[in-house]
Design a binder for this molecule. Structure first.
Ligand code: ASP
Length: 412
């Protein structure tokens, strides 16, 4: 059996066991969760997470160094940011449109139950100002990805300018990259068991009642995620990536399965880069630059949840949102999704920033808390698909650029 099939089987069995624990033996759930499922899941997540910081450093340095022409670096950087921002804005428009159309928040909701300690979301200006680290080693030990990325781009740029003089460092990093990617392969052998345990915990610990009560909200977030995946990414992959979207998703599925089970873009990064380079044939220099950046700042799935949740909460509190409010939601949710770290559940904390921006009560997050774990799994899968779509598109764009350049040279 291929690894992908094994992971899918693990996920399927996880769902079955989760439902069984939830409905048939809820009293046994805490013991099985504490002593069997959670330990297996945690070991798997820690094993892949341990590779994240070294992989980001090595691949971004090599990625940036590989794009030796500063013009090319500028072109790829600009395209990447434009793609990230445009797709996030489209995602939010879809989310707001569907939530306005289907009105998930109209009906009876018990507002007394809504209790959520509104944590202050970090101001986005601080996040942006903090990109420049004063101590790169501190950034690495703290896992501050934006700072690590910034430092690695600087080193990569220096290498590209120094060319042959730092060949030893380049060889060292190349070999380090091979070692890390080899380890990804080894750890992925455990993915079916990790996925099984993580999904059984997520489903077993969920009150089915909570999901039923929130079925409409739940369904609309899923619908918006699906629509974004099929329409936005599907057309980008077909038109600009010159690839059949079904083949693309099939090849990318091992990474999707890991994103789904870990709910963390950042933890999935080693796998999503491995798959993008080996199965989608995206050059290392482009995948190594675009995907780590995307896993940190590009979160369309998270933006979708935030968009639907905001409209849902406004409907529950019977607040009419003006066009200006909706634009504020698009803007703040774009910033909030940029500021969301690629780890489980942070999207929900950042939602408080969006709610506050249009004067909605932050405690209302308590209403959607119960179903967020399952939605987190799905939106994380969408988050990383956006990054891979962008990497594919840029890879194909660069191929075309190189072709037209050599044609121009041949003509002259
Ligand atoms: N879990 C998401 C991710 O890692 C972030 C979030 O929406 O909470 O991509």
């Amino acid at each position: 059996m291929t690894l992908t099939k094994k992971i899918l089987l693990g996920m399927f069995l996880g769902i079955i066991v989760g439902i069984f624990l939830n409905l048939v033996t809820p009293q046994a759930y805490p013991t099985i969760e504490t002593y069997i499922l959670s330990p297996v899941g945690k070991i798997f997540i820690s094993l892949i997470k341990l590779l994240v910081v070294p992989i980001v450093i090595v691949s971004i340095i090599l990625g940036t160094a590989g794009i030796s022409d500063p013009k090319k670096l500028g072109r790829i950087g600009t395209k990447t940011i434009v793609f990230f921002l445009t797709t996030t804005a489209i995602a939010l428009t879809l989310a707001i449109g569907l939530a306005t159309l289907f009105q998930p928040g109209v009906g009876n909701f018990q507002l007394e139950g809504a209790q959520f300690e509104g944590k202050e979301a970090p101001p986005i200006v601080d996040t942006l100002l903090n990109i420049v680290p004063t101590n790169p080693f501190e950034a690495m030990t703290e896992g501050n990805m934006l700072q690590v990325i910034f430092f690695s781009i600087l080193v990569g740029f220096a290498i590209s300018q120094l060319q042959g003089r730092v060949k030893l460092v380049v060889d060292f990093l190349d070999q380090a990259n091979d070692i890390l990617m080899f380890l990804v392969g080894v750890i992925m052998k455990l993915a079916p068991y990790g996925a099984f345990a993580l999904i059984a915990v997520a489903i077993g610990g969920q009150g089915i009642d909570a999901i039923l009560a929130m079925a409409k909200y739940f369904g609309i977030v899923l619908l918006a995620l699906f629509a974004h995946l099929v329409i936005t990414y599907g057309s980008a992959v077909a038109m600009f990536g010159k690839t059949n979207p079904i083949t693309f998703i099939k090849n990318f599925s091992p990474a999707l399965a890991v994103a789904f089970s870990t709910s963390s873009s950042s933890a999935t990064l080693p796998v999503s880069m491995d798959v993008a380079q080996k199965k989608l044939n995206i050059p290392k220099s482009i995948s190594g630059f675009v995907q780590p950046l995307g896993a940190t700042i590009n979160m369309d799935g998270t933006a979708i949840m935030q968009g639907v949740a905001t409209i849902f909460i406004a409907q529950v509190y019977a607040v009419d949102l003006s066009m200006g409010d909706l634009l504020t939601v698009v803007l703040t949710a774009t910033l909030a999704s940029i500021g969301t770290a690629g780890v489980p559940g942070v999207g929900l904390i950042m939602l408080s920033m969006v709610l506050t921006s249009i004067g909605l009560p932050v405690e209302a997050i308590g209403l959607i808390l119960g179903v967020d774990r399952l939605l987190d799994m799905t939106r994380t899968a969408v988050n990383i698909t956006g990054d891979a779509t962008c990497a594919l598109m840029i890879a194909k764009g660069e191929e075309r650029h190189a072709e037209s350049y050599s044609e121009a040279i041949a003509e002259s």
